[in-house]
Design a protein around this ligand. Structure first.
Ligand code: ATP
Ligand code: MG
Length: 653
């Protein structure tokens, strides 16, 4: 039996803490499909409405026109702030932990967050921001980032958060694409003990954006920055001049809430647009249900607010539930590789949600840094962002979860707004590496290359099956368009398989009906007619105790059609040897079969990753194909120098 077949039953503790047992999940899921309107009508009360909706889903995917709760009126900031004031004015909304572990912790109550958000909203109005205007945020991980998002929502402005590590070019491109005339930023951020220039990067970007009228600058580190006299304004100065209350703008359910650019793993980032009511309801409901959140618990999502995970599970999902979140400015390995674990112990975090890329990086140093800390406050673990290799899952479960805690492996996308497939901790036995089961209202299905259903259309045909993952029905949190380019939205998601939403991911459904994401469809390798997902081959390599991370791509092969080229990063301190390379090949043969044996094993100290930590296989594919003149858009790479090193070291000349 391979590791992937391990089954971890629902624990007594998870069952005791849950609001969703297996029977409840089954009943809710069935009703969400058989009586969609009734199901959602029961959920509408999760939100405070100025006018409650009478219509539920009203959508078409051919042509593409998606609406939910369309006649409802509400304001997102009211739902995240005002409605909590009667009972939770003193409840802490945000606990802030700085990059420097000695930086004073900030604790911001719902009362304070409300007042600060209103002040910022008033400041934005003073700068000329109107309902419907796009406001670009380029912020460090500080509470003011959440305030800025909520302030936009309060006055009906549409925020576009750009990750605070992107280059001036990337900022300028996103400002231009969103046609945004306002920017909110900070002087500097801190990252691994070094200052991160933010205002300076904005200044550079704005050389290419003459239409930007005003920049609001938060003072965070206090380091000197240039202030453009007519254009730039200090937040602390405007703050002192405005009242701490601000009338919320009534927003139609389908008014835009934000634009967010995807990670760019597969190409030019898309400006995904989410609207007001459906997105908020989806994040509110998935946050509470997937994490079984209980009032008073401390929830830590390690993502940056610049990614959708930060939008949905640091800001909108938790705050609309009156939850307490930890917001962390720093990185997992500063000042030491135990920073995550030290922080969990310091703040007594109850729920911890992170990415496989972070876990694989931390695994390189073994369990000792984890064991140094008291993690007994933890109740639940989660992961998101990439398929998690069973090896990394087991490590997370054993060392961080002390072999007791459930792990929710949540599959979703910027375009889906919130979690789509995941185990629920009190309902589903866990399988390492499986995203398990669809959330309410979600109907995943598998299609072949021609779009013929393999296991569907409503997913009734039991597994095992494998194919391209599509969704057959809309859900409230679905993105409505690509900003300014509805045709691209239609083309990207709804034309590959007409009338279905194509995720771009491949998946497998096993005999128990569990869903496994096998990687991006573009990454599927076809060796002598055998199709295999890159995730499987990578997991077989990572299963070797000396391997930290692996990325596998196909390249043209005269005989087999495609050969397998594997990039492998070894654990700290491990020396490469012929014996090790043989063992790695053997590991793949054993886990998958001889057909998957890599033709090339390229050992490398680092892999090209997006700023959100995802491996950019598109670039690795080009290098393996010897086609490094055409690497495509590399603007979202975290460290471009990795690419040249890989080109120099390529094995397939
Ligand atoms: P782009 O769309 O620009 O190429 P991206 O797809 O990386 O970028 P995101 O929306 O941040 O942008 O990521 C969504 C993708 O991440 C999913 O389509 C899937 O490939 C992967 N993913 C996210 N969570 C999981 C998970 N739990 N298991 C497997 N894959 C996941
Ligand atoms: Mg994507």
């Amino acid at each position: 039996m391979s590791d992937a077949d391990h089954l971890f039953p629902v624990t007594d503790a998870a069952l005791a803490a849950t609001r969703t047992t297996a029977a409840q999940y089954a009943a809710n899921y069935a009703r969400s499909l058989s009586d969609s309107d009734g199901f959602w009508r029961d959920q509408v009360g999760r939100l405070d409405w100025m006018t409650p909706p009478t219509k539920m889903g009203n959508w078409s995917w051919d042509p593409v026109d998606i609406k939910w709760f369309e006649d409802g009126v509400l304001n997102v900031s009211v739902n995240c702030l005002d409605r909590h004031l009667p009972h939770h004015a003193d409840t802490i909304a945000i606990v802030w932990e700085g990059d420097d572990p000695k930086a004073p912790v900030r604790r911001i109550s719902y009362g304070e967050l409300h007042a600060e958000t209103c002040r910022m909203a008033n400041a934005l109005i003073g700068l000329g921001v109107q309902k419907g205007d796009r406001v670009t945020l380029y912020m460090p991980m500080i509470p003011e980032a959440a305030m800025a998002m909520l302030a936009c929502a309060r006055i009906g402005a549409v925020h576009s958060v750009v990750f605070g590590g992107f280059s001036p070019e990337a900022i300028a491109g996103r400002i231009q694409d969103a046609d945004s005339k306002f920017v909110i930023t900070a002087d500097y951020g801190n990252r691994a003990g070094k200052p991160l220039q933010l205002k300076g990067a904005v200044d550079k970007a704005l050389e290419q954006c003459p239409d930007v009228e005003a920049v609001l600058v938060v003072r965070h580190t206090g380091a000197e920055v240039n202030m453009h006299p007519e254009r730039d304004h200090w937040w602390h100065e405007l703050r002192a001049q405005v009242p701490a209350t601000c009338t919320p703008e009534p927003m139609a359910a389908e008014d835009p809430l934000f634009i967010l650019y995807t990670s760019g793993s597969t190409g030019k980032p898309k400006g995904v647009l989410h609207t007001t009511a459906g997105y908020l309801l989806w994040t509110n409901m998935t946050f509470e249900t997937v994490f079984d959140y209980r009032q008073g618990e401390l929830f830590w999502c390690t993502a940056d607010v610049g990614w959708v995970t930060g939008h949905s599970y640091i800001v909108y999902g938790p705050l609309s539930n009156a939850a307490t979140v930890l917001m962390f400015e720093g990185v997992p390995n500063y000042p030491d590789v135990d920073r995550f674990w030290a922080t969990i112990a310091k703040h007594k975090v109850n729920i911890f949600y992170t990415a496989p890329t972070a876990l694989r990086a931390l695994m390189r140093d073994g369990p000792e840094p984890v064991d140094r800390h008291d993690l007994s406050s933890l109740r639940l673990l989660g992961t998101v962002g990439e398929p998690i290799n069973p090896e990394a899952w087991l490590w997370y479960h054993r060392h961080v979860g002390k072999s007791k805690l459930p792990i929710v492996d949540t599959w979703w996308q910027t375009e889906t707004g919130g979690a789509m497939m995941t185990p629920l901790p009190g309902a589903h036995a866990l399988k390492p590496g499986a995203a398990a089961m669809p959330f309410y209202g979600i109907v995943p299905a598998l299609v072949d290359a021609e779009g013929k259903f393999i296991a569907g259309p409503e997913g009734q045909n039991p597994g095992p099956n494998e194919g391209n993952l599509v969704l057959t029905r809309s859900w409230p949190g679905q993105a409505r368009t690509v900003y300014g380019d509805h045709e691209r939205f239609t083309q990207t998601y709804f034309t590959t398989y007409r009338g279905l939403y194509f995720t771009g991911d491949g998946a497998r459904r096993d005999a128990d009906g569990y869903w496994w994401i096998t990687g991006r469809v573009d990454d599927v390798i076809n060796v002598s007619g055998h199709r295999m997902g890159t995730a499987e081959v990578e997991s077989a390599l990572v299963a070797h105790p000396d391997v930290a991370e692996a990325a596998v791509v196909g390249y043209p092969h005269d005989i087999k059609g495609q050969g397998i080229y594997a990039y492998v990063t070894l654990n700290s301190g491990v020396e490469a040897s012929d014996k090790l390379l043989t063992e790695l090949r053997y590991s793949v043969r054993e886990h998958i079969g001889p057909i998957a044996t890599p033709d090339h094993l390229h050992l490398t100290p680092a892999l090209p990753k997006t700023r959100s930590g995802k491996i950019m296989r598109r670039i690795l594919r080009k290098i393996a194909e010897n086609d490094f003149a055409a690497l495509g858009d590399t603007s979202t790479l975290a460290d471009p120098s990795v690419v040249q090193a890989l080109i120099d070291g390529r094995l397939n000349r």
